[in-house]
Each structure stands twice: as structure tokens, then as C-alpha cells.
Ligand binder design. Structure first.
Ligand code: FRU
Length: 501
């Protein structure tokens, strides 16, 4: 049976519509919010403006998934109220009913978000933290009568609470973006919050306002006796930097009150070298038997987010990614890999092996599908450079280049398609990538308007939007300045997550 609504509206088949990334049916989306796993469902709330395709009075949109890949969009969860718009925040399962919101019940969902308005008779933004609870698996929400529960008149940028339960201290911990720092608070009941510490004054990058923090423990190298804490901090757009808005992370220790960075304050660690991965945080309450830390970001950049060339909707999320920590020569680093659940959208795979590359021997493949995963292992013999071009049409291509001398991987979208909507869109993003036993290992996901590249088994990620008009992909691979050997190249067709029914 065909769905008459779908046929009428062409829903999910519009130009540039992501086919295996979450985007709203219509209108504007930014940050992911309130990500929590509860009773078999992954909840994804998001900053949502239901009356326009540019940023406006914020609501929390809502979607659920049983597998992190196929999403069902539900009605809006939180509407602006007398305390203002609903900015970013988190959700937790209050298992022990510490809040007392779930009388006679075992527990339920509590959302902790920023209420954003202005001070009375003033234009100065006012940001305070509020609560809402749901007794029906996130379908309906009741705002707490005592809102807001946390405010500070001295700090203007005071937002994006991410809350988690800390077992050792038996308290809730909130990390909150407070201008150029992250402030930590603790609470026994989610309602009364106490200052614990402040982090970040002389640490990491301060190129823009600090936003959307997260803090969570991870094993290092899979060793349960070696835990470190990771703090994510997104930093807002600043016209002085071509990168626009981006996300940094810190690795350190946490004692229930204070986070201590285990790197020098001037070490800057980027979560993603691409332009389009912002405001990401991790899911709360993933079951212990699963044990993963799963993250997802807003696949956009404040520099041009309001101008990207989509019509009925604007904004999408990255693929959900599993985060782990590994020891490298430079220290402990975050690894990210798409969650294995994505494998269910794999269709046919074509594998080629042992392909010789040189300047004279370019290898080309015509790909007869628009959605694809590519896995590449190439050994650089004496080659100085590897070029992988994805041609979207005769005039459009996205180029991925590895330069051995500088250990730089770059993703060049200067010719990838529509880019006139913003002077800042066209460009090349690059990051440091070390070869592993002389090998470059890439996993790449091509959707209708994005390319996500994971290098060296997740050691670096490059997430970029692209807006090609063509969808006839041809790949070409070349080695420059010497020879290289492609040990394996596999191309997998991917299917859309939006059912045709
Ligand atoms: C990050 C952000 C948050 C804020 C929200 C408003 O992208 O600026 O700090 O809560 O977006 O939509």
C-alpha cells in the first residue's frame, strides 16, 4: 500500500534530502537534545523551529528509534512557555525517583533544559535551567511547577545542561556551559543544585562561546582498570576563524566534583576535522550490558546553517558513532566509528584487491548508486600523495587527499556542487593523520548531501556537507610522486532509511 501523504508531498525524496541520516520532515533543526535510551527506544530530541526553515523560537522536536538508524518522528515534545524558549539540554532516567516526580512508580524520564528569554524590561538574554518529566516514554511532558531550578544573574551565556548520575558520589552531576568555561553542579534530586567546580579558564580553544558540554567515562584501550573521563565542549562561530563552529574535547579525571585535564592547557583536541559536526553529545542510560558510549552531532555549521540550500526542511544529524579511547604516541585520543547497526542498510558490496597505483596508473570505477559506503586500505610504497576523487557529475567532485610528508588528510569541497549560498562554505578541511604500517585506511559514507570520512579505524573523522546536483558517482584513485598498492577497496550500496511504504 502506498502512503498518500508521502506521494502528495514527495516527503524524504526532495533534492539533497539525507537518506540515511536523521532530518526533520519539515522546518528547521539544530542541536541534538535529551538523548536517552529507555525501554527499548533511543530518544532523539532536537532544537526545532516548527514555523520556519531558519533558527527561531526553539522547541524540542522528537524522534525515536529502536536501532539508531531508522527514525520515527513524533509530535513536538516541549513548547516555549512563560520562562521562554526551550534551548538545548539533556534527559535522564530517574530510576530511583530521586525527583519525586513519579509517585508510586519506579521512575521515568526527566528533561533538563535551558529556558531562554530576556531580563524584564531589558534586551539582555536570560538563560536558566528548567525541568520537565514524562510518565509515558517521552510521548507527553509535564513541566515542573518550580521552574527554573538553576539561575545565575551574573552569567549571560548560561546554558545547555547535560546531566548524569555519578555512582560513587550518589549524586546527579550537571555540566553547564558558562561563557568561556564549563561549570559543574551536583544534586541529590535534580531540583536543588549546588556549585561543585569550574573548568576551562586556561584550557583548550577559546575561539568562541563555549556550548553544549558533555562529560562521561571511557575505558582506555578497552581496559576496565584504566578509565578516563572525556569532556566535550562545542565552541561557537567566530568570524576570525574559517572553521566556523566546531567541537573540542578534553581527556582527564573526574572525582564527582572536579574535572582535571590530563593534557597541558594549551593542547587542543578536535573531535572532527570536517566543517559540519557541531553540538554533539552522547546518549544517556545505555544499558550496562551494551556498555557503549554513543554520540551524534548536528551536521551543520553556524557559519552558514541558515543558508544551506534545502527548501522544506533545514538541518540533519551525523551518523550515530561509538566513542572509545586509545593510547597513541601523542597521548590518549578519542576514536569514533559509526555504530555497527548501520550495517543493516548495506546492500551489495563489490570488492577489488591489489590494485597498483601510480601517476600513470589511475584507477577509476563507475558507481551506479547514489548512497554508498567505501572502505579503502592503501599501502603507500614510495608515493608522496594519494588522491581519491568522488565525481558527482562531469563538473562536480569532492576530493580526498593524503599528503605523506605533512601527514595531512584533506577533504576538498571547492568543486563539490552548490556553494554560492555562503562565502564560507567552499573550502578544504584538513587534519593530521598518521599512517599505520604505511597504510591509509579510510571508511567513507556518501549520502545525498554529506560525506563522512573516518580515517585510521576511527582515529580521525571528517564530516562535511556537500550539495552536488549530480548523483552519478565515479571514483578515481591516483598515487602521486611514486607507487602505492590498494590492498582492498570495497564499495557497498546503502539503502534509504525512509521506507517507501
Ligand atoms: C548550540 C546552541 C546552544 C543553544 C542552542 C539554541 O548550537 O547555540 O548553545 O542552547 O544552540 O538553539
Amino acid at each position: 500500500m502506498t502512503n498518500p501523504f508521502r506521494e502528495k508531498t514527495n516527503l524524504y525524496s526532495e533534492a539533497h534530502r539525507p537518506q540515511f541520516h536523521f532530518s526533520p520532515k519539515e522546518k528547521w533543526l539544530n542541536d541534538p537534545n535529551g538523548m536517552v535510551f529507555f525501554e527499548g527506544e533511543y530518544h532523539l530530541f532536537f532544537q526545532y523551529h516548527p514555523h520556519g526553515t531558519t533558527w527561531g523560537p526553539m522547541h524540542w522536536g522528537h524522534a525515536v528509534s529502536k536501532d539508531l538508524i531508522h527514525w520515527e518522528e513524533l509530535p513536538i515534545a516541549l513548547y516555549p512557555d512563560g520562562h521562554g524558549a526551550i534551548f538545548s539540554g539533556s534527559a535522564v532516567v530517574d530510576w530511583k525517583n530521586t525527583s519525586g516526580f513519579f509517585e508510586g512508580e519506579s521512575g521515568g524520564l526527566v528533561a533538563i533544559y535551558t529556558s531562554a528569554d530576556t531580563y524584564p524590561d531589558s534586551e539582555r538574554p536570560r538563560q536558566r535551567q528548567s525541568l520537565a518529566c514524562s510518565r509515558d516514554n517521552g510521548r507527553t511532558w509535564e513541566k515542573y511547577g518550580g521552574n527554573p531550578v538553576l539561575s545565575d544573574e551574573d552569567i549571560t551565556d548560561y546554558r545547555d545542561p547535560k546531566v548524569f548520575w555519578h555512582d560513587d558520589s550518589e549524586r546527579w552531576v550537571m555540566v553547564l556551559a558558562t561563557g568561556q568555561t564549563i561549570t559543574l553542579y551536583t544534586s541529590a534530586n535534580l531540583i536543588d543544585w549546588e556549585f561543585a567546580s569550574e573548568f576551562g579558564q586556561d584550557e583548550g580553544a577559546h575561539f568562541g562561546v563555549w556550548e553544549c558540554p558533555d562529560l562521561f567515562p571511557l575505558m582506555v584501550d578497552g581496559n576496565p582498570d584504566h578509565m578516563k573521563w572525556v569532556m566535550l565542549v562545542s565552541i561557537g562561530d567566530n568570524p576570525d576563524y574559517k572553521e566556523g563552529s566546531r567541537t573540542q574535547y578534553f581527556v582527564g579525571d573526574f572525582d564527582g566534583k572536579t574535572f582535571t585535564n590530563c593534557h597541558d592547557g594549551d593542547t587542543i583536541l578536535w573531535l572532527d576535522y570536517g566543517r559540519d559536526n557541531y553540538a554533539g553529545v552522547s546518549w544517556s542510560d545505555i544499558q550496562e550490558k551494551d556498555g557503549r558510549r554513543i554520540y551524534l552531532g548536528w551536521m551543520n555549521n553556524w557559519r552558514y546553517a541558515n543558508q544551506v540550500p534545502t527548501e522544506t526542511w533545514r538541518g540533519a544529524m551525523t551518523l550515530p558513532r561509538e566513542l572509545t579511547l586509545v593510547t597513541t604516541l601523542s597521548g590518549v585520543r578519542l576514536l569514533q566509528k559509526p555504530v555497527t547497526e548501520f550495517k543493516q542498510i548495506r546492500k551489495e558490496t563489490k570488492v577489488s584487491e591489489q590494485i597498483k597505483l601510480s601517476e600513470e596508473e589511475c584507477h577509476s570505477i563507475e558507481v551506479d548508486h547514489a548512497l554508498m559506503e567505501l572502505n579503502l586500505v592503501v599501502k603507500l610504497d614510495d608515493a608522496k600523495e594519494i588522491n581519491l576523487d568522488l565525481h558527482h557529475s562531469a563538473e562536480e567532485k569532492t576530493s580526498i587527499r593524503y599528503e605523506r610528508f605533512t601527514n595531512t588528510l584533506s577533504v576538498d569541497r571547492t568543486q563539490s556542487g552548490i556553494d554560492g549560498f555562503s562565502d564560507s562554505f567552499s573550502g578544504i578541511s584538513e587534519g593530521h593523520v598518521e599512517l599505520m604500517e604505511d597504510k591509509l585506511i579510510l571508511q567513507l559514507f556518501l549520502d545525498s548531501s554529506s560525506i563522512e570520512v573516518f580515517a585510521q579505524e576511527g582515529r580521525s573523522a571528517f564530516t562535511n556537507l556537500i550539495f552536488p546536483k549530480g548523483t552519478d558517482t565515479t571514483l578515481s584513485l591516483t598515487a602521486i610522486g611514486g607507487k602505492a598498492n590498494v590492498e582492498q577497496l570495497s564499495l557497498t550500496e546503502l539503502s534509504s532509511i525512509w521506507s517507501k511504504e
